[in-house]
Design a protein around this ligand. Structure first.
Ligand SMILES: Nc1nc2c(ncn2[C@@H]2O[C@H](COP(=O)(O)OP(=O)(O)O)[C@@H](O)[C@H]2O)c(=O)[nH]1
Ligand SMILES: Nc1ncnc2c1ncn2[C@@H]1O[C@H](COP(=O)(O)OP(=O)(O)O)[C@@H](O)[C@H]1O
Length: 196
């Protein structure tokens, strides 16, 4: 079993769907040399999604078997689909890179924080409802999917004050700059960000 080192950091990106969590996490993650730990899910991949990149797409049987073997740190059902992250995947990626990130809803964020305590840092990314709606339409989400995402908007927003860092994601370059600088200054100390 991998033991967490003092400097290991697990960043959890959370907030309402469509706020830009994945976009900003990937951009800052690339700059800072962090790797994402991908969840397993029973949901069907969407057309542009790639197995092992967006999610590990598995059958219900495969998911249930891993759950039975206690491989997931938490399991959640969202809109009829199961999601979970494997503790061993976090450990392996941390061992290699020292810093990892996950993109989870509030329940996942809470579970990871409970488990990893001071090694876990929650980053809340948000935008107003109207902006999110427009982004989801532009992303090509179906009206049904958008309605489902919107039905979780208020409850996801309610988690904002419990997170260690909060970013409103309006101008993308601005958000990514602030985010990268915050993570670098407070946790990673790679001194990659131009401070001028
Ligand atoms: N709690 C929890 N949330 C997860 C996990 N994996 C993904 N999520 C979040 O659950 C939601 C799933 O929504 P979905 O439409 O399937 O995926 P998306 O395209 O990644 O937003 C998103 O907010 C994800 O960030 C997980 O393992 N645990
Ligand atoms: N600051 C921004 N301005 C405009 N569009 C954005 C911004 N941030 C993200 N997007 C776009 O909004 C959509 C939702 O972002 P995404 O990262 O998929 O959100 P999430 O992971 O929170 O669901 C994507 O199409 C993305 O390219």
């Amino acid at each position: 079993m991998y033991e967490l080192k003092e400097h290991d950091v697990i960043f959890i990106f959370t907030g309402p769907n469509g706020a830009g969590r994945k976009t900003v996490a990937q951009m800052s993650g690339d700059t800072l040399g962090m790797k994402q730990v991908i969840s397993y899910t029973t949901r069907t991949p969407r057309s542009a999604e790639v197995d092992g990149q967006d999610y590990h797409f598995v059958t219900r049987d495969v998911f249930a078997e891993a759950q039975k073997n206690n491989e997931f740190i938490e399991v959640i059902e969202i809109d009829g689909n199961y999601y979970g992250v494997k503790g061993q995947d976090i450990a392996n990626t941390l061992h290699k890179h020292g810093a990892v990130y996950l993109i989870l809803n509030r329940f996942g964020a809470e579970a990871v924080k409970k488990l990893y305590d001071t090694n876990a840092v929650r980053i809340f990314i948000y935008a107003d409802k109207k902006t999110i709606l427009k982004r989801e339409e532009e992303r090509g989400d179906s009206p049904e999917l958008i309605e489902r995402y919107m039905s979780h908007f208020e409850e996801e927003m309610a988690y904002k004050d419990q997170c260690e860092h909060v970013f409103e994601n309006l101008d993308l370059a601005h958000t990514v700059f602030d985010l990268t600088k915050t993570l670098d200054d407070n946790y990673l100390h790679r001194n990659l960000v131009d401070k001028d």
